[in-house]
Design a binder for this molecule. Structure first.
Ligand code: XLS
Ligand code: NI
Ligand code: NI
Length: 439
């Protein structure tokens, strides 16, 4: 059955096209920098927002029909698969990401939920064999059901910890079954509201214990992909333990997990942490833990995770600039953890929103390549740090000097003047505009 019979495969028509159902910048098979755009960008559909999110918010019910024409949960889960594959094929999206419960809901007992999940993953696997579409990453929804009200791995209840482990075990098996190249830990309710009822030490130790158990089990069953942590500073809890990349790095290093995890950076989580998206990506890159991206954007005037489709080209440019500097995606990709606005409720809006996001990243990718090829920014940064390549700078880098040597050097020099130069922020910002708007 075709769900979107009025929409065909979305063509690339180039920047002069005014057809809203065409790509202006994303040309999947165009070879740029040695490989097709689709392989550079590795777009993924998020099963939760696209197949399940109906626009429900704190103030009102859903506005979009995401029943896929079925009322029984088993039939709806299968219809979702058919509709998801149709969307991916029509939009030239090669990957999808899922939570276990997006594919198949809970059925009263863990055993029954697992059995139904197996039926759905069998069905997906058959479709993957038929179409070649792939799984980017999977995860477990250990935050939705009331049992997780105080957290999953960080719950004060050992039974909840055990249940979470069991659910993650199955989600890992499902990810391996579908060929996923990543497994994500997003903190869900792993955080706290008040220290009046919280033992932070036990909670952090347990979170690490759960991750260690999961990594060991994943490797045991042959998962060769990457484990990711997706940092987020707040929401739903006031203090989420995985605040940002730097905080997560400290946690991973404390518990000896730093060799096992990379980051899944989400744009809207970065801004919630009062960082730019680029800051989070750069922090991951320079620490060797860049992995994957949840592509979306927030609204600076709203203080929460609005998960909007990304359309800000300045941000997508600086994002792709970081991705290129990190060597591109290996196991990761660009997952649209994004939802159409509640008022954008028609089936066409699914396509318009993905086209908007994909084109924004395609444009950002083209612009980032141009920025690098242009070379002015890189050259400026290189020159700015030139004092580390010779003389006293080189001696410091080589570990050849003591505090006494540096004092002697400083005393002999007098005030620092000759190696101080302008930061040229405005000039550099205008170079970015110059490159961006002459594409
Ligand atoms: C929520 C997170 C979530 C993760 C997957 O804010 O972004 O959607 O990506 O659990
Ligand atoms: Ni996310
Ligand atoms: Ni999010």
């Amino acid at each position: 059955m075709e769900f979107f019979s009025n929409i065909g495969k979305i063509p690339y028509e180039g920047k002069d096209s005014t057809n809203p159902l065409a790509f202006k910048y994303y040309n999947p098979d165009e070879v740029i920098a040695g490989k097709p755009m689709r392989e550079h960008l590795k777009f993924a559909l998020s099963w939760w927002h696209t197949m399940g999110g109906d626009g429900t918010d704190m103030f009102g019910c859903g506005t979009a029909d995401k029943t896929w024409g079925e009322s029984a949960p088993e039939a709806r889960a299968k219809a979702k698969v058919d509709a998801a594959f149709e969307i991916m094929q029509k939009l030239s999206i090669d990957y999808f990401c899922f939570h276990d419960r997006d594919l198949s809901p809970e059925y009263g007992s863990l055993a029954a939920s697992n059995a139904e999940l197996d039926k759905v993953t069998d069905y997906i696997k058959a479709k993957q064999d038929e179409t070649g579409l792939k799984c980017l990453w999977g995860t477990a929804k250990c935050f939705d059901h009331p049992r997780f009200m105080h957290g999953a791995g960080t719950s004060p209840s050992a039974d909840v910890f055990a249940f979470s482990a069991a659910q993650i075990k199955k989600a890992l098996e499902s990810t391996v079954k579908l060929g996923g190249t990543g497994y994500v830990f997003w903190g869900g309710r792993e955080g706290y509201e008040t220290l009046l009822n919280t033992n932070m030490g036990i909670e952090l130790d347990n979170m690490a214990r759960l991750m260690r158990l999961a990594v060991d089990y994943g490797r045991k069953i042959g998962f060769k992909g990457d484990f990711y942590i997706e940092p987020k500073p707040k929401e739903p809890t006031k203090h989420q333990y995985d605040f940002d990349t730097a905080t997560v790095l400290g946690f991973l290093r404390k518990y000896g997990l730093d060799k096992d995890f990379k980051m899944n950076i989400e744009a809207n989580h970065a801004t919630l942490a009062q960082h730019t998206f680029q800051h989070e990506l750069a922090t991951a890159r320079v620490n060797g833990v860049f992995g994957s991206i949840d592509a979306n954007q927030g609204d600076p005037l709203l203080g929460w995770d609005t998960d909007q489709f990304p359309t800000n080209v300045y941000d997508t440019t600086m994002c792709m600039y970081e991705v290129i500097k990190a060597g591109g995606f290996t196991n990761g990709g660009l997952n649209f953890d994004a939802k159409a606005r509640r008022g954008s409720f028609t089936p066409e809006d699914i396509f318009y929103s993905y086209i908007a996001g994909m084109d924004a990243f395609a444009l950002g990718f083209r612009a980032a390549l141009k920025l690098i090829e242009d070379g002015r920014i890189d050259k400026f940064i290189e020159d700015r740090y030139a004092s580390w390549n010779t003389g006293i700078g080189k001696d410091i880098v080589d570990g050849k000097v003591t505090m006494e040597d540096l004092e002697k050097y400083a005393l002999s020099k007098g005030e620092v003047t000759d190696s101080l130069s302008s930061g040229r922020q405005e000039m550099l910002e205008s170079i970015v505009n110059n490159v961006l708007f002459s594409l």
